[in-house]
Write a protein that binds this ligand. Structure first.
Ligand SMILES: NC(=O)c1ccc[n+]([C@@H]2O[C@H](COP(=O)([O-])OP(=O)(O)OC[C@H]3O[C@@H](n4cnc5c(N)ncnc54)[C@H](O)[C@@H]3O)[C@@H](O)[C@H]2O)c1
Length: 250
């Protein structure tokens, strides 16, 4: 086991851990000595076996499922609330002229359930245990789309701005209790979430796309630096930075 100061021997939960960024987080955290529970609506047992962890089926939008998880598995040192979806397959590009035209009410409810409820309900379920134990870290995978506009996917942008606001507000409130809440705000990452059409545009406009390992690097840095309410950005080809929004009342 590694002697990593945060992750060595830590009990860690990663939602959306079966694929993409979540899988990258699970692999990195396990390599640093964490005991990882991979939670996903999809089967993650093969990944869990590879990294010496465990897996659980979890729909992050389901409050009852969170209560059951907390009753069975509480005691996490680090909770990575990472599961997320888009409303339309093409986060950039796509054929529609008016982005909302392609989005039905059920698409809207679904993305709010995963991207917003999944973060809020997970925090509500697992925070009491952290407070009772006097510490822990909650790391939310937001997005660069939580800091800048994403015109082709306004509801995705809404959900990511929402969780950024949640993290920025909760961070200072929980700091005195030893619980750190922070968020990752990466640009494009090479995962199944990014469609072929989006990839063509990313390439055409030289926007850059990062490997999941770059987000894992960012996650480890955020957990090591442990800054309440902090936002960590990574964009292909640039140095990762802690982003501090301007004070609107200078
Ligand atoms: N790929 C990118 O360019 C990018 C950039 C910035 C932020 N993000 C964010 O990173 C996070 C991970 O996305 P990804 O790119 O790895 O996508 P992905 O599609 O590869 O992985 C998402 C995972 O979430 C799981 N999931 C979906 N709905 C769920 C639910 N209701 N309950 C539990 N698990 C559920 C999926 O089964 C999948 O394993 C998301 O929050 C996404 O918004 C992605």
């Amino acid at each position: 086991m590694s002697g990593h100061p945060v992750l060595g021997g830590a009990r860690v939960l990663v939602t959306g851990g079966a694929s993409g960024i979540g899988e990258g987080l699970c692999r990195r955290f396990a390599s640093l000595g964490a005991d990882v529970l991979v939670a996903d609506i999809a089967d993650a047992s093969a990944l869990a076996a590879q990294i010496g962890g465990r897996s659980v089926r979890l729909d992050v939008a389901d409050a009852g499922a969170w209560d059951a998880l907390a009753a069975a598995e509480d005691g996490f040192d680090v909770v990575a609330l990472n599961a997320g979806v888009t409303t339309v397959p093409h986060v950039v590009g796509g054929a529609v002229e008016q982005p909302l035209a392609a989005v039905g009410v059920s698409d809207y409810r679904r993305i709010m359930g995963v991207n917003v409820d999944g973060v809020v309900l997970g925090t509500m379920a697992l925070l009491p245990g952290m407070l009772a134990r006097g510490g822990g870290q909650i790391l939310v995978t937001a997005s660069l789309a939580g800091l800048v506009p994403i015109p082709p996917e306004p509801i995705y942008g809404l959900t990511k701005h929402a969780v950024v606001g949640f993290v920025r507000s909760l961070g200072p409130a929980l700091a005195p209790h030893g619980v750190t809440v922070s968020a990752l705000c990466p640009g494009f990452v090479d995962t199944p979430l990014v469609s072929d059409v989006s990839r063509e545009l990313i390439e055409a406009f030289s926007l850059g796309i990062m490997p999941v390992e770059a987000v894992a690097d960012l996650a480890v840095r955020a957990l090591e630096e442990r800054q309440p309410g902090s936002l960590w950005t990574a964009i292909a080809g640039r140095e990762p930075v802690r982003f501090e929004p301007a004070n609107p009342f200078p």
